[in-house]
Design a binder for this molecule. Structure first.
Ligand SMILES: [Cu+2]
Length: 178
């Protein structure tokens, strides 16, 4: 894991050497859920997709994004070929009930702030699944940022996404299957 992080830091330094404003290439990286992906000043960790359950046509994906840069950025949208529609969802109270709502303007990430998309909170909603992601799979999800542009994460699929190893009681963590 340490080794992976170092590799990605190297990639980030290489990007910094180019003109960041013109950096529009989609970066694909593979990593397990504990890996770190860096693009521009954004560090992405803890990304995972929930496995398709039963006949449920929908699922969700999660990621934590830290903005290490000096300017704000914004997560505008997410997309996945695994679903008919991919939407950024937030959770809000409607009376006493927590409901999902589309975050139409995306999520702003101020300099120094961290955006957390995690089970029970904000998430990437994947509706109308065109495939059935199952634990152990890896599925590409592309995030589009206002300034950093698009970045594709190879998300590990789990029945218990983001559950910490050793606390979930499950052995579905990607790197335990080797
Ligand atoms: Cu949702």
């Amino acid at each position: 894991m340490k080794k992976l992080a170092l590799v990605f830091v190297g990639a980030a330094l290489a990007l910094t050497a180019c003109d960041k404003a013109k950096e529009t290439t989609t970066v694909s990286s593979t990593s397990d859920a504990s890996g770190e992906v860096v693009k521009a000043s954004l560090n992405m960790t803890d990304y995972a997709m929930r496995a398709a359950l039963g006949n449920n046509p929908n699922t969700a994906a999660y990621v934590t994004i830290a903005n290490k840069g000096s300017t704000a950025d914004r997560l505008l949208s997410a997309s996945c070929t695994c679903a008919t529609t991919s939407t950024l969802h937030t959770m809000k109270m409607n009376g006493t009930v927590m409901e999902m709502a589309e975050a139409k303007d995306g999520f702003e990430i101020l300099s120094g702030d961290t955006l957390t998309l995690a089970p029970g909170g904000n998430h990437i909603m994947l509706e109308g699944l065109t495939e059935r992601p199952k634990a152990g799979d890896k599925v590409d999800v592309t995030l589009v940022f206002e300034k950093a542009g698009p970045i594709t994460l190879s998300m590990p699929v789990s029945n218990t996404p983001l559950a910490k190893t050793g606390t979930s009681g499950n052995m579905d963590h990607g790197d335990m299957k080797m």
